[in-house]
Design a protein around this ligand. Structure first.
Ligand code: KG4
Ligand code: ZN
Length: 357
């Protein structure tokens, strides 16, 4: 997708993502599209702790972001002087990690005399299918499934997000991560559960499909973790039992997500749905949803597979959409981060996301 017409002045945007445990940078050109992106995952560093250690995450972002940016610029045959704006993840996320990206973005923007624009991390995720070909057209339903969020939204345009429903407790990614922990698998759990599930069969164990038949669009995944705990407590599971449990966990999460996603399409009378966030990389979920949606004549859109989990490309794209729509940008160099930030409070593309005071 391109965000500007041929006649508009083309813009080159650097995107910086540091909200959690991935340092991501990307260059997006409003006429040429995504020029490239670079990612450093901290997964190996946090693996010993079974989850993300916020202070370690911040310190690693400090080490990674500028070298990644230099490599990216060199590969794309650009220099800092070519940048027209710098987009960074302003929230939600880990405060210290966000501050690293925000500080670097504002420091570079000040030095280069270009605007810095704070982007909502989830806006990045839900616009990321626009980086795929074919891309969806507004309006569409978005299912955001990450480690921290499970939400169904109606997306009418950039910044026009109506929450249809969300999890009342754990996120879908959390259900995978916690199940993986209970099965003695590593972190993050989603990819490990998916791999193990290939050797198992759903149905050998019975896990609940919480809130499946309720008419609303809310989710609850904490009961799944309790059910897995009950299934494993005091037992020594064989490798094949573990695989069956992983397959059942994956099927339970997918069944609920697919059913609610289809309900949301019906209620909004829309026929396009985008899946974004790390859990969107799950192939079982994709197969189930593709199959169910095709039967009902709906179209499903995903970001490119490497852009499902956190990355700089989605931040650069969201920045490009907002900057090219004339988003007002900071008049002072003061900035803050928003570790908690409600997506529904966002407004259209011209909104100033960076505080003006
Ligand atoms: O969007 P994301 O990279 O980071 C957040 O913003 O949270 O999502 C990370 C989540 C983790 O919970 C991880 O276990 C899950 O996405 N995940 C997966 C898969 N790949 C990542 N879950 C299921 N299947 C996968 N293939
Ligand atoms: Zn994310």
């Amino acid at each position: 997708m391109r965000v500007s017409s041929d006649s508009a002045k083309p813009l080159l945007i650097l995107g910086i993502e540091t909200s959690c445990d991935e340092s991501g940078v990307a260059l997006y050109h409003t006429q040429r599209g995504l020029l490239g992106h670079r990612l450093h995952s901290q997964v190996a560093m946090h693996a010993d702790y079974g989850g993300v250690v916020p202070e370690l995450a911040s310190r690693d972002h400090v080490r990674r972001v500028l070298p990644l940016t230099q490599q990216l610029l060199a590969t794309c045959e650009h220099t800092l002087a070519d940048l027209d704006a710098i987009a960074y993840t302003q929230g939600p996320g880990l405060a210290g990690a966000l501050l690293v990206g925000a500080s670097i973005a504002h420091g570079l923007a000040y030095a280069l005399n270009v605007p810095a624009i704070g982007i909502h991390h989830l806006e990045g995720h839900l616009l990321s299918p626009l980086l795929a070909d074919p891309a969806p057209a507004f309006p569409f339903v978005a299912l955001l499934v990450s480690g921290g969020h499970t939400q169904l939204m109606r997306v009418a345009g950039v910044g026009e997000y109506q929450l249809l429903g969300e999890t009342v407790d754990d996120a879908a990614g959390e259900a995978f991560d916690k199940t993986a922990q209970l099965l003695g698998l590593g972190y993050p759990g989603g990819p490990q559960i998916a791999r193990l599930a290939e050797r198992g069969q759903p149905g050998k164990f019975k896990l609940p499909r919480p809130m499946l038949n309720r008419g609303d669009f809310n989710f609850s995944f904490s009961g799944l973790k309790t059910a897995v705990l009950t299934a494993v407590r005091g037992k020594t599971l064989s490798e094949s039992d573990k695989a069956h449990l992983a397959a059942e966990c994956q099927a339970a999460v997918a069944d609920v997500l697919v059913a609610k996603a289809l309900n949301a399409l019906e209620k909004t009378e829309l026929n396009q749905i985008v899946i974004a966030g790390g859990v969107g990389a799950n192939q079982h979920l994709r197969r189930q949803l593709d199959h169910a949606a095709a039967r009902l004549g709906h179209r499903v859109f995903y970001p490119p597979l490497d852009l499902c989990t956190d990355n700089g490309a989605m931040i650069a794209l969201a920045g490009a959409l907002r900057v090219s729509a004339g988003a007002a940008t900071a008049t002072t160099r003061a900035f803050d981060v928003r570790p908690r930030w409600d997506l529904e409070t966002l407004r259209g593309p011209e909104q100033a996301l960076t505080p003006l005071s």
